[in-house]
Each structure stands twice: as C-alpha cells, then as structure tokens.
Design a protein around this ligand. Structure first.
Ligand SMILES: NC(=O)c1ccc[n+]([C@@H]2O[C@H](COP(=O)([O-])OP(=O)(O)OC[C@H]3O[C@@H](n4cnc5c(N)ncnc54)[C@H](O)[C@@H]3O)[C@@H](O)[C@H]2O)c1
Length: 325
C-alpha cells in the first residue's frame, strides 16, 4: 500500500515507518521536525518537510503522491504546555488535523488511523479503562484528541471517511534492532528519564508524589511496547478494509506498574542502582491509568508481544546506551 505517515520523524511514527517499509509498503513521511528527528526516518523513505498548518504544503504533497491510507502521529503532546498555551494545541492538533482531513477529501483518500490518547478519558472512574468509560479530558491536550475523534465521526457520516482512533496509554521501549528510540525534548516520560539519569548523571530523577492511593504510593501506569502499538496500526488498516465507520480502541498491556516498580525493573535490567528524589505530585496526574484492551484484542485480533516490563525496558536500554547525550 501507499501510506502517508504524518509525524513519521517522531518517536512512535518513526517506528511505524520502519515496520511498514520493512514489510514492503511504499511510505512517505510528512513532518515539520518541530519535535521529530530526520535521522529517525528509515533509509530510503522520502521525508517531505512541511507543516499541517500550511494547507499549501498538504496540497503539494497530495498532488505529487497517491495514498491509500494516512496514519496521523503529528501532534503537540505535552500536557503542562497545553495548559499554559492552549492556543498552540488547538491550532496544531485540531486545525492541523482538519487541514489534513480536507486534503485527503480533496484527493479521494478515505482511510485514516489517528494517534489518540488515554487522556481523552480524564480521571478514571474504574480500575481498567475500556471504551465505554466516560470521556471527560481534564487538560487542553486531551481535549484536542477528543475533538478530533468527534470530527472523525462527523467526517464519516458526511463524507464516508473510514477511521480508527487508537488511544495509547504509555508508549515505551525502542526498536529491538537498536536503530531508533525515544527522544523528546524536553523529555517528560518516565522510562527515558530513568535511563538518561543513569547514563549521564546530569539530570536528577524525580518521583512526583509518594502518597497516591496505590500499593506503594506512586503513580501506576500501563506501558505498551512501541512495536506492539505499531502492530495495532497495521491491524487497524486491515480492519478498515472490512469495516465502515469511525472506530476507537484502547491500547495497553492491561497491567499497571508504579513509578517505583519501573525504577526497580530498570535496576534489574541495567544492573545499576538508580538514584532519585521525591517531588510533589504534578497536578492532573491520576493515581492509576490502566487500559482494558479487550475490544482491540477481539476486533483487531491484536495481541501485545511485550507483556513483561523488563523486556520493554531492555529494548529502551539497548538504544539509550548507544546515544551521545
Ligand atoms: N508517546 C506516548 O506515550 C503517547 C501516548 C498517547 C498518545 N500519543 C500520541 O501519539 C502521537 C505520537 O507521539 P510521539 O511520542 O511519537 O510524539 P513526537 O513528538 O515524537 O512526534 C510527533 C511528530 O509530529 C511532528 N509534528 C508536530 N506538529 C506538526 C505539524 N504541525 N506539521 C507537521 N509535523 C508535525 C513532529 O515534528 C514529530 O516528528 C502524538 O499524536 C501523541 O499525542 C503519544
């Protein structure tokens, strides 16, 4: 298939590009490199520099290429920044997505996979979050993701656009081949920060909040390996061949790990002691966020392969050790 990967120079998108190219698909990446890295794009894959906020960039892209489907990973995705600067988030994540969908419409492309997020649900009302959980995001970032999901339903009803929104919980780990991995600037994710603190000793690792209502008092999250997420995208594409509609699936491992458990596992994997300090809880951080992915397992026939947290951490460690910081 000919597939457009928006945001294919970013963390998750670059892993998707590598997987698709490895399977013989024709892939084009569109990215403004605001948070992505051009060296993360697999060799031989065309990288088109452009911005979703410039419809002319999209018109030029779609008139030069024919696409069977689009996977949309581009977004601003820092919760704190979205609270401080919501205009940036509503513009980039919502208007940017509308521009993309309209370019697709103008060129007759009708298959769309969207990177949504657990943040559309807000504070969890049950231990494991399934698709029926109320959708009540508590920050502008989560609201942008939910708005796009609503737009996708309307675009299906009016224009017949088929879509799957995949709500990732915590993406983690790296390409098992060690070629690409997770590198955000600034980095707010726990695992890269653990490994970065170990490798450089420069940035103190902070544990935000020790008195949550969890077994050890620290936040519990559901970590899903990046390649398991990418597998779900491939399955979602096949699903759209047979199923009309605008669909949403939650993607996680269904197991929660606390911050202290993650640190402990990283110590096991790396064989090193990890120093950390305690810091006040961050506002808007729920105690526990764990997915119920039963629907994706059933309907997409998806089965995560990385079920052990140590294995996920080992792939990240493999990549991180070869980086220059
Ligand atoms: N990383 C996670 O754990 C996680 C969890 C839930 C959802 N998500 C979502 O998954 C997607 C990918 O996340 P990631 O961690 O890979 O992020 P990332 O920042 O590494 O990648 C996003 C990519 O999109 C590009 N981009 C952003 N705005 C653009 C624009 N206007 N025009 C063109 N390109 C643009 C960036 O340059 C970057 O390469 C995002 O939509 C994010 O909200 C991520």
């Amino acid at each position: 298939m000919n597939i457009l990967i928006c945001g294919g120079a970013g963390y998750i998108g670059s892993h998707m590009v590598k997987m698709l190219a490895g399977q013989g698909h024709q892939v084009v990446v569109f990215d403004n490199l605001s948070t992505g890295h051009k060296e993360a794009v697999a060799g031989g894959v065309e990288l088109v520099m452009g911005d979703l906020l410039r419809p002319g960039d999209l018109a030029a892209l779609f008139s030069r290429h024919h696409f069977d489907a689009v996977m949309h990973f581009s977004a601003k995705s820092l919760v704190g920044e979205s609270v401080m600067n919501p205009a940036l988030y509503y513009a980039n994540n919502v208007i940017g997505t509308i521009n993309l969908l309209d370019a697709m419409r103008n060129h007759g492309v009708s298959r769309f996979i969207f990177s949504s997020s657990a943040s559309i649900f807000g504070n969890p009302l049950q231990e494991r979050i399934n698709e029926s959980h109320p959708q009540a995001p508590i920050n502008p970032y989560g609201k942008t993701k939910l708005m796009v999901e609503h737009i996708l339903r309307d675009y299906h009803a009016a224009y017949g656009l088929r879509s799957v929104s995949l709500r990732y919980f915590n993406a983690a780990g790296a390409d098992p081949g060690g070629e690409i991995g997770e590198s955000h600037q600034p980095e707010t994710h726990l695992l890269p920060n653990i490994l970065y603190s170990l490798l450089t000793g420069q940035k103190e690792l902070k544990v935000f909040g020790r008195e949550y209502n969890t077994p050890d008092g620290t936040c519990v999250r559901d970590y899903i390996h990046i390649n398991d997420l990418c597998d779900a995208h491939l399955l979602a594409l096949s699903f759209l061949e047979k199923n009309d509609g605008a669909h949403g699936f939650n993607l996680g491992n269904g197991n929660g790990f606390s911050v202290l458990e993650m640190i402990h596992s990283a110590e096991q994997v790396t064989g090193r002691k990890i120093a950390f300090t305690s810091a006040p809880p961050r506002s808007g951080d729920p105690a526990t966020l764990v997915a119920d992915s039963t629907l994706a397992v059933r309907q997409l026939v998806w089965q995560p392969k990385y079920t052990k947290i140590d294995d996920i951490i080992a792939t990240a460690w493999h990549w991180h050790q070869n980086q220059r910081f």
